[in-house]
Design a binder for this molecule. Structure first.
Ligand code: ADP
Ligand code: MG
Length: 433
C-alpha cells in the first residue's frame, strides 16, 4: 500500500501498519478532531509536546490573571477615584484576554495487572510430536517444544495454518490429534479464546465475572469492572450485546482474576484499541508467569517475545530470541536458499543494458540526486531528533518562547521531510525504470 500513488484513508489499531503507511494522522478525542503531520509514532510525540505547551501557556495566563485580580482587589480597597479607574482598566484587560483552556483530560485508560497465585515449577509445558490434520487438510506435524518458566513464547504462521487449533489442543478443547503433551509441576492455566467462546452470552456482564469468582464481594467485582472501564448501569448489560472490544475486556478481567501462572492467549489484541493494547503489553511485561501467545500484532510481538515458534506444514522453526532477531535470522535463511542471489543477478543484467553514454550520464545524474536527497533526509532527520530531545529538557520546557520556536521549526522540518521523502520515492522509481 505504501507504493499506491493515490490518497489512502485508513482506520486501524495496528500501530506497525500505521507507522509504515501513513504520513498524516487524524485524532478524534473529546468530541474534537485534530490533524497531525506524520505517522502514528510522530503523532504521539507531537501530541505530547502540544499538550505540554498548552499546559505552560494556560498556567502562565492563570498566573497573570491572578496577579491582575490581586491588583484590582487592592485598588478597590483603597477606593479613591484614581484607584477605581485603575481597577476598571485591569478588569477590562482580563475580559479582553483570549482565554487559554487547560489541556482536556486524556481519555481514561483501562488498568490491569497480571500475577500468578502460586509459582509453577521450572518446566512448564512439554510437547512431543504434536500433529493435526482435518480430512484432506494437513495443518502441522511433528511439533516439539519444552516451554520453561517465565518464557514469553509467540506462535506465528499465516492465517489458517492451525495456530488456534494448536492452542485448543493444548487447552484440551480438541481431543483428537497426534503426539502428546503434558504440563509441569504446579502449572495453572488461563486461556484467552480468539472467538470468545468461553463467555456465556446470557449472563450479564457482572454475573459473567462474578460466577467465575464467587468468593469476591459485589464491591470487589464492581471495582475490577471499573478498572476495565465498565461502570454504573453498564455492568448489567448482557454479554450477547457487547462489542468485540468489550468482550475482550471481560475475558481479560477473568484471566487477570484467575491468577494463573501460564497464560495461553489467542490473538488477544485483535479487538482492543491502541491504548488498551499498550496497557495489556506493559502488564504482560510485568507478569511473573509464563506466556504462550498467538498474535499478528507486530508491536505486541516485538515488545514481549523472548522466543518464537513459526508453524509450517512440514516443519516448524523454533527460535530463541526476540522478533527483530527472528527476522534477521529468517532473511539470512532466505539468502542461503538463493532467493536473494537471484535478485542480485537480475540487477546486474539490467545494468548491462544501459549501454549508451547518454543513458550512463543520465543515470549518474540520477544517482547523484538520490545521494544528495538521502543526505538531506539524514540531516533533516538528525535535526528533528535533536529538537525532540531538546524539547524534553527541563530548561527548555520552562522557557515557553524557546519551546514555541522549536515547535515551529519542528513543524517546518516535518513538512520539509515529507517533501524529501516524496522526491526520494520519485527518484527511486525513475532509477528503477
Ligand atoms: N472442525 C474443523 N473441521 C475442518 N476444518 C477445520 C475445523 N476447524 C478448523 N478447521 C480448519 O483448520 C484450519 C486452521 O484453523 P485455525 O487453527 O483456526 O487457524 P489459525 O488460527 O492459524 O488462523 C483452517 O483452515 C480451518 O478452516
Ligand atoms: Mg486463529
Amino acid at each position: 500500500m505504501s507504493n499506491y500513488k493515490k490518497c489512502v484513508l485508513v482506520i486501524s489499531h495496528d500501530r506497525y501498519f500505521l507507522d509504515k503507511i501513513t504520513n498524516k494522522t487524524l485524532e478524534i478525542e473529546n468530541c474534537e478532531c485534530k490533524l497531525y503531520n506524520g505517522n502514528y509514532s510522530a503523532y504521539l510525540k507531537q501530541k505530547a509536546v502540544d499538550r505540554e505547551i498548552q499546559q505552560r501557556h494556560y498556567e502562565q495566563q492563570q498566573k497573570e490573571i491572578a496577579r491582575l485580580e490581586a491588583f484590582i482587589e487592592q485598588q478597590r480597597r483603597w477606593n479613591r477615584e484614581r484607584n477605581i479607574i485603575a481597577a476598571e482598566s485591569r478588569q477590562k484587560a482580563i475580559e479582553r484576554m483570549e482565554k487559554i483552556d487547560a489541556p482536556k483530560n486524556l481519555p481514561e485508560k483501562v488498568r490491569m495487572k497480571f500475577k500468578s497465585g502460586i509459582a509453577s515449577g521450572n518446566d512448564v509445558l512439554f510437547a512431543e510430536g504434536l500433529g493435526k490434520e482435518y480430512p484432506g487438510k494437513p495443518l502441522f506435524k511433528d511439533v516439539n517444544f519444552t516451554i520453561r518458566k517465565k518464557e514469553r513464547v509467540f506462535i506465528l504462521g499465516p492465517n489458517g495454518c492451525g495456530k488456534s487449533t494448536l492452542l485448543k489442543i493444548l487447552t484440551g478443547k480438541i481431543e483428537s490429534f497426534k503426539g502428546s503433551f503434558r504440563y509441569g509441576y504446579n502449572v495453572t492455566l488461563g486461556y484467552y479464546d480468539q472467538e470468545q467462546e468461553e463467555l456465556n452470552p446470557n449472563n450479564t456482564l457482572i454475573d459473567e465475572v462474578w460466577s467465575a469468582n464467587e468468593d469476591l464481594s459485589q464491591t470487589e467485582i464492581r471495582n475490577v469492572l471499573a478498572m476495565f472501564l465498565f461502570k454504573g448501569e453498564d455492568v448489567l448489560k448482557p454479554v450477547s450485546t457487547l462489542s468485540g472490544g468489550e468482550k475482550s475486556r471481560i475475558s481479560l478481567i477473568k484471566l487477570m482474576l484467575s491468577e494463573a501462572n501460564l497464560l495461553i492467549l489467542d490473538e488477544p489484541t485483535n479487538h482492543l484499541d491502541i491504548n488498551s493494547r499498550e496497557v495489556l503489553e506493559s502488564s504482560l511485561e510485568d507478569y511473573d508467569g509464563t506466556l504462550l501467545i498467538v498474535s499478528h500484532d507486530r508491536y505486541f510481538i516485538d515488545k514481549l517475545a523472548t522466543r518464537i515458534i513459526e508453524l509450517g506444514e512440514t516443519s516448524c522453526i523454533d527460535y530463541n530470541g526476540n522478533y527483530t532477531e527472528f527476522h534477521e535470522y529468517k532473511s539470512k535463511l532466505n539468502l542461503s536458499t538463493g532467493n536473494e542471489s537471484k535478485s542480485v543477478k537480475m540487477t546486474s543484467s539490467k545494468m548491462e543494458h544501459i549501454a549508451t553514454k547518454e543513458e550512463k550520464a543520465k543515470r549518474r545524474k540520477l544517482e547523484k540526486q538520490l545521494s544528495e536527497t538521502e543526505k538531506e533526509i539524514n540531516s533533516t532527520e538528525a535535526r528533528i531528533k535533536e529538537i525532540e530531545e531538546q524539547m524534553t529538557q527541563e530548561e527548555i520546557i520552562s522557557d515557553h518562547v524557546k519551546l514555541m520556536e522549536l515547535h515551529n521549526e519542528l513543524n517546518e522540518l516535518n513538512s520539509k521531510l515529507e517533501g524529501l521523502y516524496e522526491l526520494w520515492d520519485e527518484l527511486m522509481s525513475q532509477s528503477n525504470e
